[in-house]
Design a protein around this ligand. Structure first.
Ligand code: CP
Ligand code: NVA
Length: 328
């Protein structure tokens, strides 16, 4: 498998075999890290990390992953560079590509990361856009594979705002890797029809299914994996919270949902998560709407079925695999 020089913008650009390969490379790099085996395979290379939105996991995974591979990193935050203000994406891409071996971008439209890649002669990696979050998928699938020893044939259920980067990407990832994907959400928050259609075609090839339902009990029956994400994403206005709470309060992952799923079901969440009032926004929502926990209850988040911190750690190993395979 040769992915050298490739961009990593969305999973739709990759074959099932290529995605499986990246997950396996990540597992191998994880084992090396755990065994204390040095893997500075990209010594002396440089990468630029552009973050127009906040991040804990993705930024840290790119930074630590790059250091582990022997690379140097420059972080460009939402302020402090010329990009988008005094300089176009196309110009920024050409400048950065003349100094760096790879460029990560987290921001708004998928068109921005696609434009960056179009003008960059070095690989560009999508660290999250409004539409897709492909590096997250590799970590999620690695976590599932570690738990069940396989991916094909498992029942994957996403509850909540399925019209967003994580919901969209999970549907693509499941279709590509042979997991039966169920989206459990109100109709207004189902993924875009075109993407559903594309995923249904891919799923058919891989002998799995895509189901959209508003019925939580029907949708979560026999689930092996229950997954949710925040109800309002980065870049969306705070005023949306009231509307989203009304739409999604019945789609919370709670003990009733967990009991309805398969007895071996695990809980995943890309994080960050509003499972208590311990955050600034969590507290504001509680004061305004009286909700102490949102997309998942604290009980489920902290339960023995929760694999959210294993999943978060896997961001490092999988992002490292993407950088290694595209830069080697
Ligand atoms: N899951 C994820 O992308 O987390 P960050 O926003 O902290 O990077
Ligand atoms: N849908 C979330 C994912 C965060 C990792 C957001 O875009 O804010």
């Amino acid at each position: 498998m040769n992915l050298s020089g490739r961009d990593f913008l969305k999973l739709l650009d990759f074959t099932s075999e290529e995605i499986e390969y990246l997950i396996d490379v990540a597992a191998d790099l994880k084992a090396k890290k755990k065994n204390g085996e040095e893997h500075k395979y990209l010594q002396g290379k440089n990468v630029a990390l552009i973050f127009e939105k906040d991040s804990t996991r993705t930024r840290c995974a790119f930074e630590v992953g790059a250091y582990d591979l022997g690379m140097h990193v420059t972080y460009l935050g939402p302020t402090g560079s010329q990009m988008g203000k005094k300089e176009t994406i196309a110009d920024t891409a050409r400048v950065l590509a003349s100094m760096y071996d790879g460029i990560e971008y987290r921001g708004f439209g998928q068109d921005v990361v696609e434009e960056l890649a179009k003008y960059s002669k070095v690989p560009v990696w999508n660290g999250l856009t409004n539409e897709f979050h492909p590096t997250q998928m590799l970590a999620d699938m690695l976590t599932i594979k570690e738990e069940f020893g396989r991916l094909k044939g498992l029942n994957f259920v996403f509850l909540g705002d399925a019209r967003n980067n994580v919901g969209n990407s999970l549907m693509v990832a499941c279709a590509k890797l042979g997991l039966n994907f169920t989206c459990c959400a109100p109709k207004d928050l189902f993924p875009e029809e075109d993407l559903v259609k594309t995923c249904m075609e891919i799923a058919k090839e891989n002998e799995c299914t895509i189901t959209l339902t508003e019925d939580v009990m029907e949708g979560t029956k026999d689930a092996n994996i229950l997954y949710t994400d925040v109800w309002v994403s980065m870049g969306e206005p705070m005023e949306l919270w009231g509307k989203r709470i009304d739409l999604l309060k019945d789609y919370q992952v709670n003990s009733k949902v967990m009991v309805n799923a398969s007895s071996d079901a695990i809980f995943l969440h890309c994080l960050p998560s509003f499972h208590n009032t311990g955050t600034k926004i969590g507290k504001e929502i509680y004061e305004k709407y009286g909700l102490k926990e949102m997309e998942v209850t604290d009980e489920v988040f902290e339960s023995s079925a929760s694999r959210v911190f294993e999943e978060a750690e896997n961001r490092l190993h999988t992002i490292k695999a993407v950088m290694y395979e595209t830069l080697k």
